[in-house]
Design a protein around this ligand. Structure first.
Ligand code: GDP
Ligand code: MG
Length: 319
């Protein structure tokens, strides 16, 4: 029912389906299956980095830039906190206000009130919807820098990692690990002191991994921005297009490689969820699970036996 309308670009149908995805509603699967075959054209870009570094401000500016070239844009703001407090999203709404009036931009937040760690999966599903709807570019803005963000980054073709100048040494160490997920590295708030030093450090870290990057054929550029003043946004825009071109043109067909990683993750997530659902149903839902937990906690039985028995029952189809 939704799919046809969404493919025609119907905004209300799109909003409703994304809402159902966010709620973890199972009825979305048949619609997604139809949409999936029509999707696969959009450039998916993830923006990640610690809270407050200016992700929403950068996204706002880059959306304006894409619009100037006539590209349509979907924005998914990921916010796993309660939808009722909604502070971050309210702020994002204010920052992206002017785009809410633009037909060529579709902005939604995902809180995923659904189930177990469904955030990565519901993000992937929402991307399928916006892609099938015909958006040229889909932007995913994550909240922070945890494992979720790394997983979500795997949903993107291009990942933009945003930092700010002058964070402490310990944060630098984390950054070193995190830098690996960034195809583009942005130092935002470059109006602040310490920008030069931060950029030098990042370039140094890149140099230490230069072998890896030369194998890949892509070295992440380090880009300075003052998103509030839209400074550096053109450069970021060009770098995003460069990365897209790299994915499309490189001899080893990088787009296919990145696409396969995305599809693989999505399929594994779906399988995990499906199998977990089946297992829980077999146990009699959360209640049954809790009863087993009780027995395991008092050492009446053990988690190894319980899970292998259950797996065997599920796969063997035995009663
Ligand atoms: N000084 C300065 N402040 C900025 C810049 N970009 C964003 N901010 C401010 O940083 C704060 C957090 O920005 P926001 O985009 O919400 O960050 P997010 O949490 O990463 O999405 C806001 O008050 C912005 O106005 C910048 O380039 N320079
Ligand atoms: Mg934000």
């Amino acid at each position: 029912m939704f799919a046809e309308k969404i493919i025609q670009g119907d905004i209300r149908a799109t909003a409703r389906l994304i809402r159902l995805i966010d709620d973890g509603d199972q009825q979305v699967f048949s619609e997604l299956a139809k949409l999936y075959l029509r999707a696969g054209h959009a450039h998916v870009i993830g923006f990640t980095g610690s809270p407050g570094v200016g992700k929403s401000t950068v996204v706002n500016a880059i959306v304006t830039r894409f619009r100037r070239d006539g590209k349509t844009v979907g924005v998914l703001a990921i916010d796993p906190t309660s939808p009722f407090t909604g502070g971050a999203i309210l702020g994002d709404r204010i920052r992206m206000q002017k785009h809410f009036l633009d037909e060529g931009v579709f902005i939604r937040s995902l809180a995923t009130r659904g189930k177990f760690g469904g955030l990565t999966r519901s993000t992937a599903d929402a991307v399928v919807v916006l892609d099938a709807m015909g958006k040229d570019v889909i932007i995913i803005e994550t909240v922070g820098v945890g494992q979720d963000e790394v997983d979500i980054a795997q949903n993107a073709h291009t990942t933009v990692l945003i930092t700010i100048p002058g964070m402490g040494d310990d944060i630098q160490a984390i950054k070193a690990g995190l830098m690996e997920i960034g195809d583009l590295l942005v130092v935002n708030k470059a109006d602040r002191e310490g920008t030069g030093k931060t950029i030098r450090e990042m370039r140094f870290m890149l140099q230490m991994s230069s072998e890896r990057y030369s194998v890949l054929g892509w070295t992440p550029p380090v880009i300075e921005t003052v998103a509030l003043q839209e400074t550096g946004i053109d450069e970021l825009y060009r770098a995003i297009l460069d990365h897209r071109r790299y994915l499309l043109e490189h001899g080893q067909d990088n787009l296919k490689r990145v696409e396969k990683i995305r599809v693989r993750n999505q399929l594994l997530d779906l399988l995990k969820e499906g199998l977990l659902d089946a297992a829980l149903a077999r146990l009699g839902g959360i209640r049954g699970l809790d009863e087993l937990v009780e027995q395991i906690a008092i050492r009446q039985t053990d988690p190894y036996k319980v899970s292998s028995d259950l797996t065997e029952k599920l796969l063997g189809g035995a009663p």
